[in-house]
Write a protein that binds this ligand. Structure first.
Ligand code: ADP
Ligand code: MG
Length: 694
């Protein structure tokens, strides 16, 4: 047996490798850059590049690439080999400091939302030394940020790093006020629990909808779904276990801290959770995880589905983004401490998060908005599209006592210091779990559950970091001016609680009563992507994000365009795929079966045998065929109507209001035909086969 510790991170140019392979002064300088963001001079970069190249070649690499996250949602790479010509027709291996620091991919094929007209094709990638380089498929991958030549961000990493900076800046102001002089920076951390489905590859290959869109566009319910709750945490089948074992091993080699693997609620659904790291590294690692998950599945003759809603009628897949804030010297700022002093600071950070979530509900909703996730949010199995915060009873009571200037009555608490009640020492373990909350406090972190399974966690973390930076800024502005710190601290907490308690909700987030209640509280409910995206450009949002230097207004506008274009493109592809499947596979299959029935009915009639089954089924199927023909015509009309007019905002609304309902109607007719049609003729693997295939 190989020991994990022997090969963990063996494909990563990590701190240990750096220490081994770099001269001490080079190592020190690089470390300063990684930890404090100090600029790297070219000599150091050249030395690092040389060591990286040698290490990579020793580990079988032949190529290098700047690995980046354009706005397409996946990662991008363009491979260059290390070879350079040498005298005598030979080659030598070369990799310069310049090549390490900066790349110039042809950026024209990546979406820029008008930031960079296609004739200005150039963009550049810049090395992000805070995320380790690694080797994948014999290629040295260098994590990079991707910008236009004007300096506008064309990727997700750049704003994420900026948002981490903003959060650190504001959090440090608060820490200093509490007398902390030692922490040098604060970073946000994330652990993303990734849900996914595994299905058999041969079945996948026979489903054009899965191939083109990642989700099934047709399919009658299987006789068995998740009713028995027998899959969640159930014993893992050998084929899946073998997959998970190889997946873990591949991820560990890449330094990804894959930790927990288990079955999820739906049949064929599973989850992988890593140990958390900084939001930057967690984002890179999650992108890598999704890629490795898909590759390893193929080796086991399976396909890993990351779509948010691959199957109707069973749970979809999300990605729980566990989020917290830590100092460089190891203090978790969202963890209650042992002393009242620590708890006053904890409560301030806690309230800052609550205020941030309330003030920027729309930005959080936007950060998870995709066509795929729209099928999941608010459908009585996933968090609702309404954002609320779950704190559990104990913390809610404590905040209430602050709001009412009443002493906290929790089990024999000592009196207040710093104007706030101390927390019970056992706090944290007693918080009940609430599975229906989109944003739940879980003892030392918040769990943001709305992120879609296929989405990058970058956007969610960018918005979280920025919004919390903003409430901390507001708090710090007040507290720094205060004459009596304790009194002002109490007022800050109280004011914030009074203003933002409407966002707190400990009840059942899946219930219809909550929708009503949320409306009364004035919380926003934005069920679809076209509902929420336009809010991105609301003055308050633009001002907050630009003031912290996370986005420029131009970058925001371009992202708005790209997100909407993405939405319309996805639904358009789905509609086209449906039309194709319905016209070229489903209708012909039903027709063949109907004529078989009619023929059999004829034989039977000749023999004076009862042919009720043949007759009624044939009639029913004919009616469904007619219904499908009408639905197809309607979907075509809706599709054409949606494309009219140039502006993407209008198009996205027409798509939501016309195309999606027309798709639903066509599906309904086809699914009813499926259950009447002979398995022999039905052109696609059924839900029963897909969901129970592995
Ligand atoms: P659950 O009950 O939701 O499965 P776990 O305790 O298993 O909760 O943690 C889920 C995820 O939260 C893991 O990825 C874990 O690493 C992550 N996590 C734990 N602590 C933190 C933290 N301080 N910041 C961010 N993520 C964290
Ligand atoms: Mg969880």
């Amino acid at each position: 047996m190989k020991k994990i510790s022997d090969y963990f991170g063996c494909m990563v140019f990590n701190d240990q490798v750096m220490k081994e392979r770099l001269a001490p002064e080079v190592y020190e300088k690089l470390k300063k850059t990684i930890e404090e963001g100090a600029r790297l001079d070219t000599n150091v970069a050249s030395a690092v590049a040389e060591a990286m190249k040698e290490w990579a070649i020793d580990h079988g690499a032949t190529h290098f690439t700047h690995w980046f996250q354009p706005l397409t949602g996946i990662t991008a790479e363009k491979h260059d080999s290390f070879i350079a010509t040498a005298p005598g027709g030979r080659v030598m291996m070369e990799f310069s400091g310049k090549e390490l620091i900066k790349g110039e991919p042809d950026a024209s094929a990546f979406p820029s939302g008008g930031l960079r007209a296609t004739f200005e094709a150039r963009g550049y990638t810049a090395w992000d030394p805070t995320s380790y380089a690694f080797i994948k498929d014999n290629t040295l991958c260098i994590p990079t940020a991707f910008c236009s030549f004007g300096g506008e961000a064309l990727d997700k990493k750049t704003p994420l790093l900026r948002s981490m900076e903003a959060l650190s800046r504001q959090a440090l102001r608060i820490l200093r006020l509490f007398g902390n002089t030692t922490s040098k920076y604060v970073h946000s951390s994330s652990g993303a629990e990734q849900e996914y489905f595994l299905i058999d590859r041969s079945l996948y290959n026979r489903r054009p909808d899965l191939i083109f869109t990642g989700r099934t566009l047709f399919g009658a319910k299987a006789p068995k779904g998740q009713e028995l709750h027998d899959h969640y945490f159930g014993a893992i089948k050998p084929r899946v276990a073998a997959y998970m074992a190889e997946l873990d091993e591949e991820l560990w080699k890449l330094g990804v801290l894959a930790k927990t693997e288990h079955n999820e609620v739906a049949p064929g659904q599973h989850e992988l959770a890593p140990i958390y790291s900084t939001t930057n590294i967690a984002t890179d690692h999650n992108q890598l995880t999704m890629e490795v998950m898909q590759n390893v599945a193929l080796r086991h003759n399976m396909v890993c589905l990351l779509h948010e809603k691959p199957f109707e009628g069973v749970n979809g897949s999300g990605k729980h983004n566990n989020w917290s804030i830590d100092t460089d010297d190891g203090i978790n700022l969202l963890k209650p401490g042992a002393s009242p002093h620590e708890n006053a600071q904890f409560l301030l950070f806690l309230v800052a998060v609550i205020q941030a979530v309330d003030d920027y509900q729309d930005l959080l909703r936007i950060s998870v908005a995709t066509a795929g996730n729209d099928h999941r949010l608010g459908s009585h199995e996933a968090p609702p599209a309404i954002i609320s915060v779950y704190l559990g009873k104990e913390l809610t009571d404590i905040l209430e006592s602050i709001e009412n200037d009443a002493p906290y009555s929790g089990a024999g608490r000592r009196e207040m210091e710093f104007g706030v009640p101390s927390l019970p020492a056992f706090f944290g373990d007693t918080t009940d779990r609430n599975r229906t909350s989109p944003f739940a406090y879980t003892g030392n972190k918040f769990e943001f559950r709305m992120v879609g399974a296929s989405d990058s966690i970058a956007c969610a973390n960018i918005m979280l970091n920025s919004a919390v930076a903003e409430s901390l800024r507001i708090f710090a502005d007040r507290l720094e001016k205060a004459e009596d710190f304790n009194a002002e601290l109490h007022r800050v907490l109280k004011d914030s609680i009074v203003a933002h308690k409407r966002i707190l909700f400990n009840g059942n987030g899946y219930s219809d009563e909550w929708i009503e209640e949320a409306k009364r509280r004035g919380l926003s409910n934005l069920p679809t992507t076209p509902d929420c995206l336009p809010r991105m450009l609301d003055r308050k949002n633009v001002e907050m994000l630009t003031s912290h230097g996370v986005y420029t207004e131009m970058e925001l506008r371009s992202r708005y365009e790209i997100l909407l274009e993405n939405y319309t493109a996805i639904v358009n592809i789905e509609a086209a795929t449906m039309l194709d499947m319905a016209q070229r596979d489903i209708l012909p299959a039903v027709s063949r079966f109907s004529s078989e029935l009619a023929e059999n009915a004829g034989y039977k009639a000749n023999m004076n045998v009862d042919c009720t089954y043949e007759k009624t089924t044939s009639v029913e199927l004919s009616e469904l065929q007619n219904e499908m023909v009408r639905c197809i015509a309607d979907l075509k009309e809706a599709y054409d109507f949606a494309q009219k007019g140039a502006d993407t905002t209008g198009m996205s609304i027409r798509i939501r209001d016309r195309v999606l309902p027309a798709m639903k109607a066509l599906r309904s007719a086809a699914d009813r035909a499926e259950v009447l049609t002979d398995n022999y003729w039905w052109p696609f693997p059924t839900y029963a086969q897909l969901l129970f295939s592995v």
